[in-house]
Design a protein. Structure first.
Length: 670
């Protein structure tokens, strides 16, 4: 029993630990987008499905001895794929679909080890059921989910702050070798115990007594597991994109999702339909109302608890109904196969289908309606009022979702969605401005009146750090070359003079399209405008030195910051493209993260001069901004207009130098 439990615990722990380890390594290559994590989840879910399929087929079609031999051979072969370090040849070119490149990278790097880890839960449970037919085999499923939750929570607190990404890969590799030894030992013990201490046929038959699953059962297993995965990703997308860009917020939904699996399959009856259906109807209706109320924007202190509580209750319903429908142990592997298939389909719909069908995150509202329809079906044998009430709340929910969808579309000139998220362009009649929004983050705005449309706005006013840096360089008679990482609406192009060159790096093709079609900053500029599609750092690594007078790094306003743009190695790339007396301007305005100390620490490593320019923008319509100016030539920072607005950088005790292999967002949380 201990050997089986330890093997399952180790496999589940490694199964979830490898996910953030791999995601962190490849996240910088694909722009730091939250969709990288979603794509990784889809990969993990589908490999899990293949693992469960393998387990089900081998359990039903191979004798125990042959199954064990095949599995041991695969375990030994998987060691040849270690360590799990992605090859740099998978870095994107800038014009291809990142999703398929990410899937290919993961398949080559961790495909076989992850596949074998994914087989362990159902396979070892099947071995356990053969060895101990009277044991409570489904409690091992709860144990595996507990191990997964422990891995998820330990990574940001116990691993990431202290260990470099390379060390994480080697540490995980060592853990995988331990797992291989445990799994081989469990396989050998299972085979030996079945032959030497074969349980009585009567005992096996007693435990396996149970009806053969019907087609209806398979469909419900599929739907319930799919909706759990669907709502996990839908709620995560909604709260991180449309409610608040808070770092690490995605950890909470995934933790709650795993907790519901633990509670529902632990075996002590935590889920009871008659208790959970009432709260389910109330919380789903409240979430639907929350979408529609206040223009879809609730206060963060109300919205996050509401949607997280709603996710917990809905997943308790999905997974509780699954646990109530679990079959006799002889059908265990088939049950897990359907649960895995449902999880993969739910992730596929959110990660790949929805971005193609919808121009914003409509799937959350759709999921609420489907949840209530499933509740009405599951309650069909209860008192008539219960399913009728569920259908009534479903109608209320559908109405609010419809109003929410109409509100979004009526308020927007353009709505677009792709791998990098959703964009919305809207006009505000009361202020006479046009805004580009990425979730709750504003990417730029422009005055609509012809007399004011060339004025710099938001974060880029003349008194901002970037405004002062450009003015300092523009005071020279020569023309300027300005590089900008992050296009937005193209506001900085307003500073362009005849003969100047402004080169914008932008990873999202939709942003380039909207900046050209919906805003006139680029078209009105007197400078020559160049746009480069793809990750800025990767493009700069391939380019010849650009000799920039000013290089603006403007990509850190949200929670999913592209960390690879603010490391020791990234600074070396920027300096290669900078003139000896040029300025690098880091836009470090962020509600949740202290980025200025990170930049200062990196600059000190190159013996560069820095100045933090804080613009409160009290007497105008501009946004409050923080820009960190970095240069080799201190004379620029000594200019009166810059030195007079420079502020001290707050020190963070124990802050380590950020590199491509180490960063710690927890350390810089405000």
């Amino acid at each position: 029993m201990i050997l089986y439990a330890l093997t399952i615990f180790t496999s589940a722990f490694l199964l979830f630990l490898v996910q953030p380890i791999m995601a962190k390594q490849i996240l910088p290559w694909f722009g730091g987008s939250a969709s990288v994590w979603t794509t990784c989840l889809v990969f993990f879910q589908f490999v899990l499905l293949f693992g469960y399929t393998y387990t089900d087929w081998t359990t039903r079609n191979l004798r125990s001895r042959k199954q064990v031999i095949v599995h041991i051979v695969l375990l030994v072969l998987s060691l040849a794929t270690l360590p799990i370090i992605p090859d740099a040849s998978w870095k994107p070119d800038g014009d291809d679909d990142p999703s398929f490149r990410i899937l290919g990278l993961l398949l080559v790097t961790i495909g076989l080890p992850y596949f074998l880890l994914s087989t362990t839960g159902p396979l070892v449970q099947a071995w356990f059921a053969r060895t101990f037919p009277a044991g409570t085999v489904y409690r091992l499923f709860a144990l595996s989910n507990f191990a997964s939750l422990l891995a998820l929570l330990s990574y940001p607190f116990a691993v990431e702050p202290w260990v470099t990404t390379e060390q994480q890969s080697y540490g995980w590799t060592a853990g995988y070798v331990v797992f291989v030894v445990l799994c081989i030992a469990a396989a050998g013990y299972s085979l030996r115990s079945q032959s030497q201490f074969a349980p009585a046929k009567a005992a096996v038959d007693k435990v396996n007594t149970g009806p053969t699953p019907r087609v209806k059962d398979y469909v419900l297993w599929l739907l319930l597991s799919a909706m759990g995965s669907f709502m996990l990703l839908a709620v995560t997308n909604h709260i991180t994109h449309d409610v608040a860009s808070v770092p690490f917020l995605w950890i909470l939904p995934l933790s709650l999702y795993l907790v519901t699996f633990i509670l529902c399959f632990e075996g002590r009856g935590w889920y009871q339909r008659k208790i959970f259906l009432g709260p389910l109807l109330v919380i789903v209706g409240a979430m639907a109302w929350g979408l529609h109320a206040d223009g879809g924007v609730m206060d963060i202190k109300e919205a996050i608890p509401l949607y997280l509580a709603g996710l917990f209750v809905t997943c308790m319903f999905f997974h509780g109904e699954l646990a109530n429908m679990k079959p006799a142990p002889r059908y265990l592997t088939t049950f897990y196969l359907m649960v895995s298939l449902g999880g993969a389909l739910g992730g596929l719909i959110i990660g790949f289908v929805a971005p193609k069908l919808f121009n914003t995150y409509y799937e959350f509202g759709i999921g609420l309606v489907v949840t209530l329809l499933l509740a009405a079906y599951c309650a069909r044998n209860m008192r008539v009022i219960v399913p009728v009430l569920a259908l009534g709340v479903a109608g209320f929910t559908a109405y609010n979702v419809y109003q929410y969808i109409g509100m979004l579309s009526n308020d927007a000139r353009v709505m677009a969605r792709n791998f990098y998220g959703t964009l919305r362009v809207k006009d505000t009649d009361d202020e006479g401005v046009r805004r580009m929004m990425h979730g709750v983050i504003m990417h730029g705005e422009q005055y609509l009146k012809p007399a004011k449309r060339r004025e710099p706005t938001t974060y880029y006013g003349a008194s901002s750090g970037i405004g002062l840096a450009i003015a300092a360089r523009a005071s020279a008679p020569a023309t300027m070359r300005v590089g900008v990482v992050g296009l937005g609406a193209g506001t900085l192009a307003t500073y362009g003079r005849p003969g100047d060159v402004f080169r914008f790096y932008e990873i999202n093709p939709e942003v380039i399209d909207l900046a050209n079609k919906e805003f006139t900053f680029l078209a009105d500029s007197r400078a020559t405008i160049e746009t480069v599609l793809g990750d800025a750092r990767l493009n700069m690594e391939r380019e010849a030195p650009q000799q920039y007078d000013v290089l603006a790094i403007d990509a850190f306003s949200s929670d999913s910051i592209p960390v690879h743009l603010i490391t020791h190695e990234a600074m070396a790339v920027y300096l290669r493209h900078l003139k000896p007396d040029g300025v690098i301007a880091f836009h470090v305005t962020n509600r949740f993260l202290q980025l200025a100390p990170v930049v200062k620490r990196i600059a000190e490593g190159y013996q560069l001069h820095t100045a933090l320019v804080v613009d409160d923008a009290e007497d105008n319509d501009l946004a409050k901004t923080d820009w960190m100016l970095v240069t080799r030539d201190n004379r620029i920072l000594d200019r009166r207009e810059i030195a007079g607005n420079a502020s001290a950088v707050e020190q963070i005790p124990g802050l380590r130098l950020w590199t491509d292999s180490y960063n710690n967002l927890f350390k810089i949380l405000k």
